[in-house]
Design a protein around this ligand. Structure first.
Ligand SMILES: [Zn+2]
Length: 337
């Protein structure tokens, strides 16, 4: 920029954030237009790879090798292993139950593919999700969608595991409750104690898990889509009140992710945040957004731009993953000849 012209621009009018939207959009378009396989071609490659090996054991080994190369490249070329970063931590919580009926009968799992059972601290999966974690299935997903549906589901449940208080934390609230003598103090403690099991808090937890998994996946595009998912049979958040909360929570959670807060940091806020009727927001979540906006010297428009840039970067990430997976699949099949 020319100094002569900038000299007269009042400082407040200059944006505090430096995002090159043109470059981001250019990169996204180039990736979308890059030569790539369609779904049928990808499935053919996967089939070829899978069918080439004389037995299942060898196939599993070879497919794992291909998948490991893909994940290595994702980490290097996209700068982040995405859902694969959380795979180990999520698997530590998975309770593998060989009987499919028991999965379905698990009360936390009403028709869902995966669920977090907070009382036992475990992630319960249906057989579909387990099967989706076979290397060949992950490869197929990565090469057609740009993300693995099963690993994304695991990430979603891992996020839930960060949103519940430990029994020590609950005991501390009960201790404080006993110490409090004022009516107001008791009410505050009761609200903190019971809040996590209220509908408004359940909505917040789902919004956080969906927005968190979304970072490297693509189950929905807009907040309206998320409202649709949470209104559906699996969740049933159909009231106008729920919709308002989903929209407000989504906006704030997306902002926190755009400020580069981690899953853990947001999880801690989600755990303790409560719906504030008067302010019409989740208190601690909104407070954090305000605090970060102020300390960084930004205004609301800057923050919206950060969210927008974050969304384009997410789309770039997914496209890159897809192309890497296709490339490695092609190489793997080629090497079989
Ligand atoms: Zn969930």
């Amino acid at each position: 920029m020319n100094k002569e012209t900038t000299k007269y621009v009042p400082e407040e009018l200059e944006s505090k954030i430096d995002i090159d939207f043109d470059a981001l959009l250019k990169e996204l378009n180039a990736l979308r237009e890059a030569p790539q396989l369609n779904e049928t071609e990808t499935n053919e490659l996967v089939f070829k790879l899978h069918e080439q090996f004389p037995n299942k054991e060898i196939a599993l080994e070879k497919e794992s090798d291909v998948l490991m190369r893909v994940v290595e490249r994702i980490e290097i070329e996209c700068g982040d292993a995405g859902h694969f970063n959380f795979f180990g931590a999520a698997m530590d919580l998975v309770e593998i139950n060989p009987s499919n009926t028991e999965f379905v009968e698990h009360k936390a799992l009403k028709g869902e593919f995966a669920a977090y059972d907070h009382k036992n601290g475990i992630i319960v999966l249906t057989r579909d999700v387990m099967q989706g974690m076979a290397p060949v299935a992950i490869l197929e997903n990565l090469a057609t969608l740009g993300y693995s549906q099963s690993i994304r589901a695991l990430h979603h449940e891992l996020l839930h595991s960060k949103q519940f208080r430990s029994s020590e934390e609950e005991n501390k609230i009960i201790e404080d409750l006993v110490k409090t003598h004022s009516f107001y103090g008791v009410m505050v403690q009761i609200k903190r104690l019971l809040g996590p099991y209220m509908r408004a808090h359940d909505v917040l937890k789902e919004v956080h898990s969906y927005q968190g998994e979304q970072k490297f996946g693509g189950e929905f595009d807009t907040t309206a889509d998320l409202v649709g998912i949470l209104k559906g049979e699996a969740y049933g958040y159909k009231k106008t009140k729920d919709t308002d909360r989903i929209i407000i929570a989504s906006q704030d959670i997306k902002r926190l992710y755009a400020f580069e807060l981690s899953d853990d940091e947001i999880g801690v806020l989600v755990k303790e945040a409560r719906w504030d009727k008067k302010r019409r927001c989740y208190d601690l979540i909104e407070d954090k957004v305000k605090e970060l906006t102020e300390t960084k010297g930004l205004d609301e428009e800057d923050v919206d731009n950060l969210v927008l840039a974050d969304d384009i970067k997410r789309k770039i990430y997914i496209q890159k993953v897809k192309l890497i997976a296709q490339d490695e699949l092609k190489k793997a099949v080629e090497s079989l000849k």
